[in-house]
Write a protein that binds this ligand. Structure first.
Ligand SMILES: O=P(O)(O)OC[C@H]1O[C@H](OP(=O)(O)OP(=O)(O)O)[C@H](O)[C@@H]1O
Ligand SMILES: O=c1cc[nH]c(=O)[nH]1
Ligand SMILES: [Mg+2]
Length: 206
């Protein structure tokens, strides 16, 4: 299921990110803000347990997160969405999956994996700004399922209809949270209107 988060601050920030004139330092800072809004929404239905808490006046009921949180950015660009999750859940573990898209086939190539064993019991948030063909997201989720993950959410900034369809086809059990659903992919499998190459825009590598 796809959820497109609707918030005026998110809309404004996404406009800054789309703007080709936004320099990479501002792009990175704005993406960090956006990651907080997306994390807030994606964490919304995390289960809680009750616990006693002593206020200065009396004891009352408090809450603890009932599920461990693991965030898994798909390198490189996924790193730009980690901030918000670890800001709200400082104890979250962070796994890393390295993947780049082959320029000809547009299929993902794996080059790195370091995933904590706690993915088995945790809610796992796979984060990557761009869901284009869906190959990288589907591959990342395959990898995490092979490592025992059962409770996964995919969080992105911009999704293409083609990527949403592929992810829903391959992993119908994984909800998708996005800031925007764009029009289509172009002949280079770039998202239109999109924001260009997210990794290059975050890290200033163009
Ligand atoms: O849905 P897909 O068609 O698989 O495309 C999306 C992938 O492409 C981008 O990564 P890229 O390959 O540019 O690597 P980078 O993050 O290192 O720039 C993006 O961050 C996703 O991982
Ligand atoms: O539009 C796109 C598609 C894939 N990867 C990106 O960074 N941008
Ligand atoms: Mg890139």
């Amino acid at each position: 299921m796809l959820t497109v988060v609707d918030h005026p601050l998110l809309k404004r920030a996404l406009t800054t990110l789309r703007d080709a004139a936004t320099p990479y330092g501002e792009f990175r800072r704005t993406l960090s803000d956006v990651s907080s809004i997306l994390a807030y929404e994606a964490l919304r239905d995390l289960p809680v347990t009750t616990c006693p808490v002593q206020t200065p006046l009396e004891e009352t009921e408090g809450y603890l997160l009932a599920r461990e949180v693991v965030v898994v950015p798909v390198l490189r660009a996924g790193l730009g969405l980690v901030d918000g999750f670890v800001r709200y859940v400082p104890e979250a573990r962070v796994g890393h999956l390295g993947m780049y898209r082959d320029e000809q086939s547009h299929e993902p190539v794996d080059y790195y994996s370091n995933v904590p064993p706690q993915v088995r019991d945790a809610r796992v948030f796979v984060v990557d700004p761009m869901l284009a063909t869906g190959g990288s997201a589907a591959g990342a989720i395959n990898h995490l399922k092979r490592r025992g993950a059962k409770d996964l959410v995919f969080v992105c900034l911009v999704a293409a209809p083609e990527g949403v369809a592929r992810l829903e086809d391959y992993h119908p059990d994984v909800p998708i949270v996005a800031a925007a659903l764009d029009r289509q992919l172009d002949e280079n499998a770039f998202i239109r209107p999109g924001l260009g190459d997210a990794g290059d825009r975050i890290f200033g590598t163009t």
